[in-house]
Design a protein around this ligand. Sequence first.
Ligand SMILES: [Zn+2]
Length: 480
Amino acid sequence: MLGTDPLLRSPSGRERSRRQHVWTRIASSVVTVAVAVATLVAGPAAAQAATPVSDPANVQVLVNKQRPLNPLRWVPPDLVWGPNGYLMRSVTSSALARLYAGAAAAGAPLTTVSAYRSYDQQAALFQSYVNQYGLAQAELISARPGHSEHQTGLAVDVGNADGSCGLGSCFGNTAGGRWVAANAWRYGFIVRYPNGYTAVTGYAWEPWHLRYVGPALATDMHQRGIPTMEQYFSTPSRPAFATAADLGAVDRAGVLWSYPGTGRGTIGPRAAVGTGWGAMTSGAVVDWNGDGRFDVIARFTDGSLYLYPGRATPGLGPKVLLGRGWNGYAITPGPWVNGRAASIVARAPDGTMYLYPNVGNRVGARTRIGGGWGSMTTSMVDVDRDGRQDLIAKRADGVMLLYRGNGTGGFVNEPRRVLGGGWTTISSVSVVHGFGGAGSRGLLARAAADGRLYYYPVTGGRLTSRTAVGWGFGPYRLLS
Ligand SMILES: [Zn+2]
């Protein structure tokens, strides 16, 4: 299935092949969040459209106990009679009709239980809860007037068509509740008050309360694994590859994902970096331009090699052509020469090993640094911690050899030490730093047979025992 998250195993299956990226900036006092929607990576400079989430007419408006609607008695201008005869905004109505069709097709027919409520209706409802349960409980399950999502015309309480578990937490365990939890995002909705986030949202779990936020935001929250709007709009902008512990992976739909290393030997929720990577045949995460951010160097099916500069915000900057004719090469970028910017060590199709210096935004004239490498593939890491990068070379017979670098572009002249065997079962190797803790270094290796991902620490000049960190990576192209 396209784009299934190999780590999180999203039950949802298909992802959107085209994706837009949303990021946020939060000003200090007035919480104004500028949301910019841009096509990443290959396109021209991002078009930015500021849409403050304090605007009640914006489908991304953030309303909660701390953030009332402004004005407090706001009434949406485009209320219509939506599915099952409830008032809601027209954009909500059309998306909800599509969602209901999807749910019915999946055997979980849904109906509307509540939708738009005016300020006065909400005032009466809240007061009735206070009378019935007391103020504290009323606050947990209901909103004060002017503070309700229902007043935006973007919120809908849904229920099973057969009426089972209406407005009860048991709805979450019915076919309808499970279906909306897994699929609402496809229609531009989120389950606004998820289970376990009362401290964040202020509300008890409401598996029936759907909020229309639009496809861009719903998809981004889904793909980045951010469960609430509160977290989403206070999440600092994160670079595509923030640390050397992050793993890059391209799925079958051509989406480049970043899997952040947590620093505890595990991987956190992935984030989409951009689309259009379907033709990538080889890629690496490396600080190429020496600005302290991680860039991506990628080769494509036509043999072209590009630099995608990292930046402070999500996504990558406009690509720069580094060269052509790279098909058949095993490309290993990294800080191979001490005191210089990252360069490329590459094994040519005839087994010759070359060093390609970094000349600004280009690759300079190559130098031959070895021969007889056959079809070996290499990973660059300072195995012996002598301050000079080394190559771990994987031979066709699965033996891993250590070629220590001399720091000036060549290799230490010595017999090659065997680091391990049996690596014919490994179909991809990526170098990570800090993945297993501060100062750690190691390899993320994917098993060819089942797509499992393992972490092999490099400790004491050796590869030490591996731990499993993920599965389902079989269909992905992993960046080194
Ligand atoms: Zn509701």
